[in-house]
Design a protein around this ligand. Structure first.
Ligand code: FAD
Length: 424
């Protein structure tokens, strides 16, 4: 089962059980409304706290969640789930207007003489302001037209919004609930999420994993690709072939993820091959200069070839060649039967094709160059998945999805490892 359904299941079961033991089954519309507002609040804080934790890029979660690229995928799912739960929380809260207008339930008889607690009123207002802002942010994230650069800056607001939501939950959860297991869960979530939010506000995310270096070589490659060699200082912790890093050539732009297209080298060099896929990457050929400073955070990711079955297929699509370039440079890959499918527009557009051909020859890999301009397409049936132990894929999402769907139809599919090349 995937992490998001597990989190929702745990919080729902725990809340339902504690509420049933405390209050029994809700008897009226008003009781149901009260329970549903609290349940959606608990679910919401569960997914928001998990999203906040993932935003801090915790290295200890990389292995169980298969790498930072997949963690960002989960972070996105949690963000969408938070938007839906927030809308439900709010709609249930506002439902009396409709229910009363339609006369579906009797009006609530309010106890008279109660004085409004100003802290409770303030917590309600804070929750409402945060809700508007979070909903707007979720919609912004889903609008592809919003540039990633702008979205990344706005996204930083999530930390203070989380703190506002935590304050709202802390004040509005009934006192009796705090003494139950769901109260303990909420306390742990609010505390851990708030610590992560403060960590983010203090600008500490990834700080301990940042290392300085400088650009030592720049080589333009065909099809708007640029090879950049960075010389790291002695603090670079080393990496496994196939991992990626968050690379910042320009502090005002911030870091972008690129695969380290080289195996660990003794001289502390890291190679990147960057394709002009968007606004910023298009400016790199003019902006990068030999000797220019670079800050690299990492390494991250689990696309490291650690699962070594004797029969493998490697599939690279376009710039998805970069982790395989690192593997081909690494002495770790030897002795397996590997078919390597490299899908490109045409051979002249392929990055470092001669290097790849020479390495495949030396390591006895069978290289299949698939050129779409020549009318060739990767036929998934032809890779004979039933004879394989592992398939490693890096390239466009559409091809990865097609491979995944093909494997899902098999009774005994090989292990399928893929690198998520997009974080949004
Ligand atoms: C794990 C991983 C490894 C990658 N390895 C390589 C590689 O080896 N070579 C290569 O050419 N490209 C690689 N990419 C893709 C590369 O990060 C994007 O092409 C680049 O960031 C686009 O930036 P842009 O501003 O030019 O494009 P935009 O048009 O602004 O962005 C296009 C898309 O790129 C992604 N993106 C943009 N900025 C960032 C950022 N700061 N942080 C995270 N994602 C961002 C988003 O998904 C965005 O929707 C990799 C991506 C990931 C996630």
């Amino acid at each position: 089962m995937k992490p998001l359904p597990i989190l929702l299941l745990i919080s729902t079961l725990l809340y339902s059980l504690c509420s049933y033991l405390q209050n029994g089954i809700p008897a009226s519309y008003w009781d149901w409304r009260h329970e549903l507002v609290l349940l959606s609040g608990v679910q919401l804080m569960t997914v928001m706290s998990a999203a906040m934790l993932l935003a801090t890029r915790p290295a200890w979660l990389e292995k169980p969640l298969s790498g930072l690229d997949k963690m960002y995928g989960l972070h996105k799912q949690l963000g969408i789930a938070a938007g839906i739960l927030l809308a439900s929380h709010w709609l249930v809260k506002l439902s009396p207007k409709l229910v009363m207008a339609m006369e579906w339930a009797a009006p609530r008889i309010k106890r008279s003489g109660g004085i409004k607690d100003p802290l409770v009123s303030f917590a309600k207002d804070v929750g409402e302001w945060a809700a508007w802002a979070v909903l707007a942010m979720v919609i912004l994230a889903l609008l592809r037209a919003v540039p990633y650069r702008f979205w990344r800056k706005v996204h930083k607001l999530f930390a203070p919004l989380f703190l506002m939501g935590a304050f709202h939950g802390l004040i509005l959860m009934p006192r009796s609930m705090w003494l139950t297991p769901v109260g303990a869960l909420m306390a742990a979530l609010l505390m851990s999420g708030s610590i992560c939010a403060i960590y983010s506000l203090l600008g500490k995310i990834g700080k301990s994993r940042k290392v300085n270096g400088h650009i030592s070589q720049i080589t333009p490659l065909p099809a708007q690709q640029l090879e950049v060699i960075c010389q790291m200082d002695s603090h670079w912790p080393g990496h496994q072939a196939g991992q990626f890093a968050l690379v910042s050539f320009n502090p005002s732009e911030g870091a972008h993820p690129y695969t380290i297209a080289s195996a660990p080298r003794k001289n502390g060099e890291l190679r990147f091959i960057i394709k002009a896929l968007g606004d910023y990457t298009r400016t790199l050929p003019q902006d990068l200069k030999v000797g220019g400073k670079v800050i690299i955070e990492g390494p991250y990711g689990c696309f490291n070839g650690a699962s070594h079955g004797p029969h493998q297929a490697w599939i690279a699509g376009g710039i998805g060649i970069t982790p395989f370039l690192a593997w081909l440079e690494s002495p770790a890959f030897k002795g397996q039967q590997i078919d390597f499918y490299y899908c490109v527009k045409s051979a002249k557009d392929a990055a470092r094709l001669e290097e790849i051909q020479a390495a495949c020859l030396a390591k006895k890999l069978r290289l299949h160059l698939i050129e779409s301009d020549a009318g060739q397409r990767l036929n998934i049936a032809e890779i004979k998945a039933e004879t394989l132990d592992d398939i490693w894929y890096c390239g466009p999402q559409s091809l990865g999805k097609a491979i995944g769907e093909h494997l899902a139809q098999m009774s005994k599919p090989p292990r399928f490892h893929h690198e998520a090349f997009a974080m949004r």
